[in-house]
Write a protein that binds this ligand. Structure first.
Ligand code: WTA
Length: 630
């Protein structure tokens, strides 16, 4: 196993070694895995092209490391502990041996359906065990998985399928989310009607009792093809730099891009970070509440925990069903030791009152994690007092889809935890702050743009099908550095606090969204002439979506509702604007660029300090926009 940091002195020593001798450090971290062939070179890189290769020349299969290598010592241990949406449904305990068998069966079925190494498979599924099984089955045979969050619309799904030229979609027939019973397969059918011409088969996992439309040409039931397969499947030999998966994420421009992670480095980093950050010990029950549709679910429900031989809890439902005590009920029921969730969930549950957590025995909890967005001080203290009983360190973990794993975080019981601070970098991570001219801000008590100046094993390698975009987005703003898109502050003691995005990316309930993406959707409405979308502070969601629209015709509630419906259709309900203000014009610079800074201030009700508007092309609209603000 990778090194597990045990105390502060060990952290300092390990960190220093990892920075001074990164190759020696990562080589020793990588030693303990099962490789079919060891590397010729630990690292080769440049951030200019960019081209980053870790464990060059090595051969492996990540599922051998997630599953096969654990069979001898922990074959009967629960690997996945699944809790259904409906609390009366029994939990499932899938052992490492069983999981290996199921993954192999699914892998054999994929092969029978013509899927092989390098083919792309898109998942559009709720949080059922088959999602984790299917993802691992792809990895077993070298197919590249791309999980699409099942809350996205048919259009968003089709866009991702087309971009990846996926050969197969794996979905469920129904998604049970709280009291809702969503016909997931219908969404896939709609996507297939729109485009998805590369798709040869749709593999459907049965998750409901109602009928679904069926196309004999493409559709195959999971239980009909998977269950009859052999429980053995030879793992495909993969190069360390072969693609493991694509995960689409939003940027400040254009359509979401497919972030690419590769086999070797991602494996080493997710395992190493999981063991250090969660201080996982044998016998612990670890629960991350994320959806596997996001990077957190990939790295810290599936890969990291399984690589480390952990018991990983997977929950199908939502925090408030059947009531606001559900999370705490699950913690009590399964004696959860490590609990990892998002600030938006904490804020939503905090608003439901203290009785809910107070009613359950939460004494098994050893640490509490937070991820996805900045955690505000009030939520941090509530989490600390009412869930952790001031007895479980809070780890505020900062990272991104592109980083593959946690980058900056306190280590529980090892480094201090200051509210709202992600604090210290993990071994191998070299964060720096730059000013807008690209000068490094040395020392403490400084604020700037968060960059990283040296590669780590799970850094993204490219954006699928468009390497130029990867270079432009992450490696061009400040040549020689990876630019995160976040602003951050280093306090007087050197702890880092991530403040939020400095680009046009929103973070709504921990979901990343590009303002341009939402604007493009809004502009699909026939009455919309132009729109501008900004974020504003929102008590529960962290950020809400505020849309300014210029429409042709008479504004009406109907049009506003239709605009919301168009966004739901184009992206999904998570992108629906909270506020839509009809405006006569948008403040623009003389070169015609929308002045978002002003719109953000108006949306946030910060009217006292609008800055200089006299250089605008149309300064008069500012007062009109203010007058009509919602
Ligand atoms: C934000 C999620 C503050 C940040 C793992 C980042 C955070 C974006 C934190 C990535 C945190 C994530 N504190 N901000 N602890 N964690 N973020 O790709 O703006 O969905 O750039 O990855 O979320 O979101 P993504």
């Amino acid at each position: 196993m990778t090194h597990q940091i045990k105390d502060l002195a060990d952290y300092k020593k390990t960190y220093e070694h990892s920075i001074k001798n990164p190759e020696a450090f990562w080589e020793s971290e990588a030693e303990s895995f099962t490789w079919m062939k060891k590397w010729d070179k630990v690292l080769e890189w440049n951030f200019d092209e960019p081209k980053i290769e870790w464990f060059k020349g090595a051969k492996l299969n990540i599922t051998v490391n997630c599953l096969d290598r654990h069979i001898k010592d922990r074959g009967d241990q629960t690997a996945l502990l699944w809790e259904a949406n409906d609390p009366s449904e029994p939990s499932k305990h899938i052992s490492y041996s069983e999981l290996l068998g199921k993954v192999c069966q699914c892998a054999n079925a994929l092969k029978e359906l013509g899927i092989g190494k390098g083919d792309r498979v898109v998942f559009y599924m709720p949080m059922v065990p088959e999602l984790a099984i299917g993802v691992l089955a792809c990895a077993r045979i070298g197919a590249i998985h791309s999980v699409v969050f099942a809350g996205f619309s048919a259009q968003a799904l089709a866009d991702r399928v087309d971009d990846a030229q996926a050969k197969m979609i794996i979905c469920s027939d129904y998604n049970n989310r709280g009291a809702k019973h969503i016909a997931v397969k219908d969404v896939v059918d709609e996507a297939m009607d729109k485009s998805c011409n590369s798709v040869e088969h749709v593999l459907v996992q049965k998750n409901g009792n109602n009928e679904v439309n069926w196309s004999d040409d493409t559709d195959v039931w999971w239980h009909e093809i998977v269950d009859k397969q052999s429980k053995e499947c030879e793992p495909e030999e993969m190069d360390a730099e072969d693609m493991l998966f694509i995960l689409y994420t939003s940027g400040s421009t254009g359509k979401p891009k497919g972030v690419v992670h590769t086999c070797g480095g991602y494996m080493v980093y997710t395992c190493s970070s999981f063991r250090n950050v969660f201080q996982y010990k044998d016998g612990d029950v670890y629960w991350c509440t994320a959806d596997i549709g996001w990077i957190t679910g990939h790295s810290y429900i599936v890969y990291g925990p399984l690589l480390a031989g952990a018991t990983s809890l997977m929950f199908e439902g939502v925090p408030t069903y059947p009531d606001a005590g559900r999370f705490w009920h699950i913690c009590e029921k399964h004696k959860v030791n490590q609990f990892y969730t998002a600030p938006t969930a904490i804020r939503a549950l905090m608003a439901c009152g203290n009785n809910w957590p107070d009613n359950y025995d939460l004494s098994s909890l050893k640490l509490l994690g937070s991820v996805g967005e900045p955690i505000n001080e009030e939520a941090w203290h509530w989490y600390d007092e009412h869930i952790g009983k001031k007895n479980s360190p809070i780890i505020d973990t900062w990272w991104q889809t592109e980083t593959g794993g946690i980058m900056i975080t306190p280590l529980p019981g090892i480094t201090d935890a200051k509210p709202t601070f992600a604090s210290y970098p993990l071994p191998g991570i070299q964060p720096i702050l730059l000013d807008s001219d690209g000068n490094i801000l040395e020392g403490n008590n400084v604020e700037g743009l968060l960059c990283v100046n040296f590669p780590w094993p799970s850094i993204l390698r490219t954006t699928y099908g468009d390497h130029a975009r990867c270079k432009l987005t992450y490696f061009s703003a400040f040549p020689g550095y990876y630019f995160t898109g976040d602003g951050a502050r280093r306090d007087e003691d050197g702890r880092i606090r991530v403040i939020g995005r400095v680009d046009d990316v929103l973070n709504v309930s921990g979901h990343r969204m590009g303002t341009a993406e939402v604007e493009n959707a809004i502009n699909e409405h026939e009455n919309v002439i132009e729109s501008a979308v900004v974020g504003y502070p929102h008590d529960i969601k962290g950020q809400g979506i505020y849309a300014y629209v210029i429409i042709n015709g008479v504004p009406s509630d109907d049009i506003i509702n239709e605009i919301r419906a168009v966004v739901t259709r184009e992206i999904g309900p998570i992108a629906k604007p909270d506020k839509i203000q009809v405006v006569p014009g948008l403040p623009k610079t003389r070169s015609g660029k929308i002045m978002r800074r002003i719109l953000r201030k108006i949306a946030s009700n910060e009217l006292s300090n609008m800055g200089d508007v006299s250089t605008l092309l149309n300064p008069e609209v500012v007062d009109e926009v203010i007058a009509g603000r919602l």
